[in-house]
Each structure stands twice: as C-alpha cells, then as structure tokens.
Design a protein around this ligand. Structure first.
Ligand code: ATP
Ligand code: MG
Length: 383
C-alpha cells in the first residue's frame, strides 16, 4: 500500500535546509551587531569576577536583532564561565509566556532547582523561596544570576513593575530587559527606577546593505549555489530596509520566495517570486490581525468597510453611526471608538488625518482604510 507521505518526502526543493531561515534559528555570527554584543559583554564580564553585573536595557524596533544578540551573549557567557570555577546562570524569559511577577519568579525558582507550584502560593512565599537561593551558597559557590526579560513591556503593562523591584532588590541578580519602545520606563515607578541602575544599549534598524550581509550568511546555509537569481537578495534587503530595517521580514521574504519556487516547481528562485512573497506575507499578516481582534473592533472595521465602499469621507461621528448599524444595539460608547481607532491605527490597518475646516470651524479627523478592501471583506465574512 502506498503512504500519502511517500511522494512528498523526496520531492524536489530549492531548500538544502529550511531551518536557518526560521526566526528561532540562532546563527553563529550576527553581522553588524558586534558593537552591541561587545557592550553587553563588557558589563557581563563582571559575572566572571563573581560580581553581579549592572542591569542592562536594550531598545530597538522589531527585527533589529535584540533577542538574537541577547541569546548569543548568553551562550558566550556560559562557555566562558565553564572554564572558570564560577557559578553563573543566565535565564532567558519571554514575557509573552510568563506574564506576571509570580510566574516569572516561580519559573526562575524551578530553573534553579526549587520546587514551587505554578499557582497557589502567595507572591511573598515565592519571592522568599527565590531569595533563599542566594542566601544559601548554591553548590557551595556563590551564584550569580542574570535574568533576560524579553518583551518586558508586556509584563509591565499587565502586572506592573513589581518584578523589577523584586529582581533588582535581590543580591547577586542582574536584569537584562529588552523592549521595543523607548518610553517603556513610563511604566516604572520612581521607587523602582532608583534600584534599577541600568545601562542602555540601542539597536538601530538595519540598512539594505546590512540586511544583505545577514541574508547572504543565512542563504549559504539554506540553499545550494546557483539556486538564487542575482537580484533576489538585493530585493529582499531593499524591501525590508523600507519596512524599518526588519531582519525578520527580510528572512520571511527569502523563505517565502523559496516556498513559491517549490510550489511552482521552479529550480531557481527568481526576483519576481520575492514580489509575490511580499503580497503573500502582507496578506497573511492582515488576516492574522483581523481574525484575532475583539468582536467590537471587527465591527468597527466592518462599518469602515461599508463607508469606504460608499466612497464617503469618514469622520469619527459617521463611523460611529455606521458602527451602531452594524452592531445592532450591542454597541460600545462613542468614547471607546476613539480607543479602537487609535489601536487600529497602531496596527497599520487604518490611518487618520486631521484636517482644518477653516476658521472657527475646528478640526476634523478623517479616517481611511490602509489595507486592501477585498482582503478585508473576505476576511471579515469568513469569521
Ligand atoms: N545581525 C544579525 N545577523 C544574523 N541574523 C540576524 C541579525 N539580526 C537579526 N537576525 C535574525 O533576524 C530575526 C529577527 O531578529 P530578533 O528576533 O533578534 O529581532 P528582535 O529585535 O528581537 O525583534 P522583536 O522586537 O520583534 O522581538 C531572527 O531570525 C534573527 O536571527
Ligand atoms: Mg525579540
């Protein structure tokens, strides 16, 4: 009997190995991040002298290599500590997985060999257990712990700054926070700020040339020679440089272009596949955002779609009226609509433009859709 996987397994592919194009792949080199990684190392080297290093904050837009650089530094420090009789631990925590202080501290305790339940204890009990680890000399040696809090904005927004207070007030613990926003410290109260004496490292966006170097390295691991047309990498790099220098997007373009080549049974990845890849990624991104929005926001989009199709100039007042029609009595207040408009604008689905109606008549916000109307319509009606 034939198995459905038989024909698929050995199928021809442009990929030698697709893994290096995955976001989670940690490359051996990080071109154009030497300066930032060296900065981290200069602070962390203290740990090798058995001293808790300064706290560090890393800022940068999405896809600028923050997570990759922190993990790279973590591996390097681990290796350096191995050759010395120093007991250093670096724990990486993604704050989308551990969203409260309790969860983070409990997780740290578990990683350090203490049995703490995921829930049920009071916060104070968990914190005391954590602090206890540093009182008793772990394995007879003094333990230095570095905690990487990736996407810390999410934790601070959801659970406040208690986590930073606890970690910075525990002896021998150092924190490396990673944030997408320069102003994330607005979530931190002065009391906590004073114990977080952090050093800041900024990750600037990559330009097209730098993205091209990054893609060259990864494509060598993923493709055999001759598979890529000459213009593929320059195209991916130029497009991603326009999207705020996002290396993740550049890698996505390259991988998707390769997948398109496979789908088309082409042995070569051509430049026009990259343009097609751009549309496909855009398409998936917008549908992903729309289907995960709360129902009331989807209704706002539906109202916006209706008005757009009628070619009307859309003010917030008009939008609210149209929204009430769509939501048939189950609607939120006019004030909430402003929050929704802001959120949708941040997600890049709509844009607003303030115009002046002339003297004494005040100013009006004009709202317009920034995504393809057909795509929006098909997504909304598929829900
Ligand atoms: N200098 C680099 N060299 C090689 N690969 C890189 C480099 N910078 C980023 N990358 C790769 O690009 C992708 C995105 O990088 P990373 O996840 O580190 O970005 P980030 O700044 O953490 O983004 P976000 O804010 O969205 O979390 C990863 O696959 C990473 O390996
Ligand atoms: Mg990251």
């Amino acid at each position: 009997m034939t198995n459905i996987f038989d024909n698929l397994e050995g199928e021809d592919s442009v990929f030698k190995d697709i893994k290096p194009l995955d976001h989670r792949f940690l490359p051996e080199h990080l071109p154009h991040r030497k300066e930032q990684i060296t900065s981290i190392a200069k602070y962390w080297v203290e740990a090798l002298n058995n001293v808790a290093p300064s706290d560090i904050t890393i800022y940068g837009k999405t896809g600028t290599g923050k997570t990759a650089a922190a993990k790279f530094a973590k591996e390097q420090l681990k290796e350096a500590a191995k050759n010395k009789s120093i007991f250093v631990k670096v724990e990486y925590i993604r704050c989308t997985d551990y969203t409260t202080e309790y969860q983070v501290i409990a997780h740290l305790c578990q990683q350090l060999g203490r049995d703490v339940p995921h829930r049920g204890w009071t916060k104070a009990e968990v914190i005391n257990t954590f602090r206890d680890i540093f009182k008793t000399n772990a394995f007879g040696k003094k333990l230095i712990l570095i905690v990487i809090l990736d996407e810390i904005d999410i934790l601070l927004q959801k659970d406040g700054d208690g986590i930073l207070y606890t970690l910075t007030r525990t002896e021998n613990v150092s924190v490396l926070s990673i944030s997408n926003y320069l102003d994330f410290k607005k979530f931190i109260k002065p009391r906590v700020m004073s114990s977080l004496r952090d050093r800041e490292i900024v990750f600037p966006p990559y330009n097209a040339e730098q993205l091209s170097d990054i893609l060259q390295e990864r494509s060598r691991l993923s493709f055999d020679k001759g598979v890529l047309d000459d213009d593929v990498i320059p195209l991916c790099s130029a497009m991603a440089a326009k999207e705020e220098g996002d290396a993740r997007y550049a890698l996505d373009l390259l991988r998707t272009a390769g997948e398109l080549a496979d789908e088309k049974d082409s042995e070569i990845i051509h430049g026009n596949f990259v343009r097609e890849a751009k549309d496909r990624i855009e398409h998936n991104k917008i549908t992903d955002i729309i289907i995960t929005l709360p129902t009331q926001q989807q209704r706002v989009l539906e109202a916006l779609l209706n008005l757009t199709k009628e070619n009307k100039e859309i003010t917030s007042g008009k939008l609210y009226d149209a929204y009430k029609l769509v939501s048939k009595g189950d609607s939120v207040t006019y004030r909430r609509i402003f929050d929704f408009i802001n959120e949708l604008e941040m997600l890049g689905i709509i844009s607003t433009n303030t115009i002046s109606r002339g003297r004494g008549k005040g100013r009006t916000n004009i709202i317009s859709l920034q995504c393809d109307t057909d795509l929006l319509e098909s997504t909304l009606y598929s829900l």
